[in-house]
Design a binder for this molecule. Sequence first.
Ligand code: G3P
Ligand code: CA
Length: 261
Amino acid sequence: MEPAPHRIQVIAHRGSSEDAPEHTLAAYRKAIEDGADALECDVRLTADGHLVCVHDRRVNRVSNGRGAVSAMELAQLNELDFGSWMTPSGIAETPDAADPERTTVLTLERLLRLVADAGRPIGLAIETKHPTRWAGRVEERLLEVLARYPLPGEVRVMSFSARSLQRVRRAAPELPTVFLMHFLLPRNRSGRLPAAAAIAGPGIRILRRDPGYVERAHRAGHRVHVWTVDDPADVELCARLGVDAIITNRPLTVREQLTRM
Ligand code: G3P
Ligand code: CA
């Protein structure tokens, strides 16, 4: 029998964030409709201990508020509009504040409920953002929340911080961890990762410069999840190199391209 062809997972970066405001329920619903295999999200802790899906340290870029997520309580974040900066056409001047699913800050719990109700297994790739300042509270809270929502899809925890992955690995060794890299440090060039990491998470620029990295990481026993891959030429490169997952803002387009190959 022929071996099954290598199927690359498509992971929606902040949801289908080319079509809907990043990290909103609308963006994740669209990603599920678009056939994404998994959803990527960044998590930050609010002042009153809730994990919310926000990329930046401050809310300024993606909402009509100002200030650091860590200094605000969930109730304050709930007052803000997280979506009107982006209309369906992507033009910020024309606000589209009608739909609360496009404008309300998303908690990790709400995202997990969406995934639990999706009707098919959807994976998650959850990134801990600047976890060092919280001395373990982000990971602790993340594992608490995950324990409450057992999901059929694969849940991965990702970080640029090896220390954060170490905390996760110690407390929940069954969870796959992804070590994110902007560039390759000499000690990681061979494909080796920090001890707490199971999966390599190189930025696409690493593969453009050093396409042999994927094979080395595979030889070292690691799957490879690449971010953030939106350009068709990069999708082509990833497919040729045999990566295991592509993290993208446009899951529908990427899946269509992969299917045509
Ligand atoms: O999926 C990894 C990627 O999201 C890391 O970069 O800045 O988009 O969180 P960033
Ligand atoms: Ca991220």
